[in-house]
Ligand binder design. Structure first.
Ligand SMILES: NC(=O)c1ccc[n+]([C@@H]2O[C@H](COP(=O)([O-])OP(=O)(O)OC[C@H]3O[C@@H](n4cnc5c(N)ncnc54)[C@H](OP(=O)(O)O)[C@@H]3O)[C@@H](O)[C@H]2O)c1
Length: 316
């Protein structure tokens, strides 16, 4: 096993310095790793902009966080549904009105293991639409402010990138044939990783090295992910898994994205997550990523298709 650069316990949030004056935008903070990440960032003095689809749940989160951290936390809540490009665009306008800088955008929200093939309002398979295309547009539209702030883009992916189709189904991106919940989730998570490494290439070619892009995953964390979008069978299986030592609290699942959002001098070429058994649990650090996730031709092709599909051109 590789030596962990942060010692045997791996990266921990105690490494985060005071974040007063810094702004973090994060998707999906109503539960799971997003909630825990937002809480830790706020506890360090940061301004946190939460982008959630459900305003009632978001209001409840603000109450909970104020109860836990005090009434003076610097929190902004904006409604955004990643399954609707129009909603993402509207949310971006509001973010631009509310903040003057973005130190890191944490692309955390997702749905997983959706039992039946569904299409988003924009016509994409739901997991690809929410997890990948929603975040692609969000990143592209916030990029100018992230660039101005010398900020970062952090994608929260999954080891699922390597537990399904292990390729982008370019001839049938929308799963008109052979839909399976796992393959469609896996493709969306692979696409998220590929676009980060492609973004790095594009930034580097354009000499825009002041912006950093990172790919990470939370291991196997006890969150609401499968309860929200998975089938009854998947909920049962994941319910059992939650009892095993191969899962960890949601807070630990938040550490990789927090590390990527705040740690200085982190190598962008790496993939970050738990380094213990199966990369499900254990000390957080860099670990191997399979070559298919760094396939340059496929990543370039995906980027071009994504700009065409969303109608959004990155200003790089
Ligand atoms: N938990 C794990 O073991 C695991 C493993 C691998 C990867 N991951 C990744 O970790 C990340 C966080 O997931 P989690 O485990 O913390 O799950 P979670 O508890 O279900 O949190 C997911 C968050 O995403 C939000 N969301 C879902 N669809 C959305 C949409 N259309 N627009 C905006 N927000 C939306 C949810 O909002 P609502 O409350 O409205 O549903 C919720 O806030 C995801 O990217 C997931 O793929 C998790």
């Amino acid at each position: 096993m590789r030596k962990n650069a942060f010692g045997p316990k791996g990266w921990l949030p105690s490494r985060i310095e005071n974040l007063t004056g810094q702004t973090f935008v994060i998707t999906g903070t109503t539960s799971g790793t997003g909630f825990e990440a937002a809480k830790i960032l706020l506890s360090k003095g940061a301004q946190v902009v939460m982008l959630n689809r459900n305003p009632t749940k978001a209001a409840g989160v603000i109450t909970t966080l104020k109860d836990e951290l005090g009434p003076d936390i610097n929190i902004v809540s904006i409604q955004m549904d990643l399954s609707e490009q129009a909603s993402v665009k509207k949310a971006v306008e509001k973010v631009m009105q509310k903040v003057t800088r973005i130190d890191a955008l944490l692309c955390n929200a997702a749905i997983a293991q959706v039992p039946q093939r569904k299409l988003t309002i924009d016509g994409w398979e739901s997991q690809m639409g929410v997890n990948y295309f929603g975040h692609f547009t969000l990143q592209a539209l916030l990029f100018p402010l992230i660039e101005k702030s010398n900020g970062r883009i952090v994608t929260v992916s999954s080891m699922g990138y390597n537990m399904g189709i292990k390729a982008i189904k370019f001839d049938d991106l929308n799963w008109e044939k052979d839909y399976t919940p796992n393959n469609a989730y896996s493709q969306s998570k692979l696409a998220q990783i590929m676009s980060i490494y492609e973004l790095q290439n594009r930034l580097s070619k354009a000499g825009k090295t002041n912006v950093k892009a990172y790919a990470c995953h939370p291991g196997s964390s006890r969150t609401s992910l499968i309860t929200t979008s998975g089938s009854l069978l998947m909920r049962f299986i994941f319910g059992l898994m939650k009892l095993s030592p191969l899962t960890q609290p949601a807070e630990n699942g938040a550490y990789p994205q927090l590390m990527c959002a705040t740690e200085k001098d982190l190598d962008q070429k790496e993939f970050y997550g738990p380094t213990g058994r199966g990369h499900f649990v254990g000390p957080v650090g860099a670990h191997e990523i399979k070559p298919h996730a760094k396939d340059k031709d496929a990543s370039k092709k995906l980027w071009v298709i994504s700009e065409q599909a969303t109608g959004i051109k990155w200003n790089i």
